[in-house]
Design a protein around this ligand. Structure first.
Ligand code: SF4
Length: 378
């Protein structure tokens, strides 16, 4: 018998009958987990609770700046621990117009008090419907920790099970006692299909969904994928060759076994071209200043006037000389420049250069760190 399930707005699938392509460069059988539905629309705040983790996975994607360090990030924004942490996180959620948050790390369970505090604060500020999912391995799972998470309002929990070692797998039974969505989320290691099938056999009747992530190489010290001989599928991608093929084999296995399990194969392309891109667009809407142009990808296009002298004085002079309203020219002390419209910079470049300014049109991410993509000196 087929169970008809409507997935992401009218997209109908025969549950557990075939592998569907999603509109997000991924594949699924059945439905997407609720956390993923928000994620593919760029509606999730990525809350990195701590870089501390009890495990040392050979494929760990966490950067050296974060892995093993007790640091907090709300999207790209570093958050200082202490009284203001909650305020900073809420500010970032507001500026992105987030509808939920994904708690990640490291392992958020390494910092239980902090994790609980953040869940409660987000639910209090944005309401019960603000969807929160959390990633953890089984290492720190016990009844006490899961009870705290559930009572704080966690909606969905995703376990990163060890593919090679089943010692802690039965801790899933503790999670099954609570009324929340449970998933297993693992990277697909191309030569570990046999082990992954074993894992699926064990978990299939205990979880709501299985998320298979395309394995990616990372430019960090902890990942050993390159030295173990794993190669990327092409020059421009971080995705590992063979991971997609193995994921499809896993999905076929789930179908053949008739497991009533929602499976989502999440590709490297989904993370970049969908999740991140849509989150950037949402943030750009609120982060853009009067003088910015927001392009189709959410990049901010702005005029930049670099100057080593007194920027505030220069700003006042230019406002007077060119009759510029105050909201169209701003001081950026950190990068020693004034920001204004690209049109103003372009039209007046010769006069401005005679005043000793370096004039450029820049393209920057609308993120906290304002990553510069293009600096075009005129
Ligand atoms: S992949 Fe996750 S569980 Fe494994 S070491 Fe990295 S942060 Fe820890």
């Amino acid at each position: 018998m087929f169970i008809k399930i409507t997935v992401f707005g009218g997209f109908v699938s025969d549950f557990a009958m075939k592998i569907e392509n999603t509109p997000y460069y991924s594949k699924c059988t059945g439905r997407l987990a609720d956390g993923c539905k928000y994620c593919v629309k760029g509606e999730k705040l990525v809350l990195f609770v701590t870089g501390i983790c009890p495990r040392k996975c050979y494929y760990c994607p966490i950067s050296d700046k974060k892995y093993g360090k007790d640091v907090i990030y709300a999207n790209e924004r570093p958050v200082e621990e202490g009284k203001n942490a909650v305020k900073q996180i809420i500010k970032e959620a507001e500026i992105c117009d987030a509808k939920g948050a994904g708690f990640t790390g490291g392992d958020p369970l390494c910092k239980m008090n902090r994790t609980i505090k953040f869940i409660k604060a987000l639910k209090k500020r944005f309401g019960k419907k603000f969807h929160i999912h959390l990633y953890t391995s089984f290492d720190l799972v016990n009844k006490k920790n899961l009870t705290k998470l559930f009572k704080a309002g966690l909606d969905e929990i995703r376990f990163h099970a060890d593919i090679d070692n089943d010692k802690l797998w039965n801790r899933i039974l503790i999670a099954c006692k609570f009324n929340w969505d449970i998933g297993i989320e693992i990277p697909v290691v191309p030569d570990k299909v046999k082990q992954t099938k074993r894992l699926v056999d064990y978990f299939s009747d205990k979880i709501d969904f299985l998320n298979l992530n395309e394995l990616e190489v990372a430019d960090n010290k902890i990942s050993r994928l390159a030295e173990l001989g794993y190669m990327t599928k092409d020059r421009i991608s971080y995705a590992v060759k063979g991971s997609e093929k193995a994921a499809i084999e896993m999905m076929k296995y789930v179908l053949a076994k008739k497991y009533k399990l929602n499976v989502h194969f999440c590709t490297a392309k989904l993370k970049d071209a969908v999740q991140l891109a849509k989150r950037l667009l949402r943030r750009a809407k609120n982060a853009a200043k009067e003088y910015d142009i927001v392009d189709d990808e959410g990049l901010l296009i702005r005029g930049a006037l670099y100057y080593n002298g007194n920027l505030n004085l220069l700003r006042k002079k230019l406002m007077k000389e060119f009759d510029i309203p105050s909201e169209f020219i701003e001081t950026d002390k950190e990068r020693k420049r004034l920001l204004t419209t690209a049109a103003f910079a372009d039209e007046n470049k010769d006069i401005l250069k005679k005043k000793g300014l370096k004039v450029a049109i820049v393209q920057e991410y609308p993120t906290w760190d304002r990553l510069q993509v293009v600096v075009d000196f005129l």
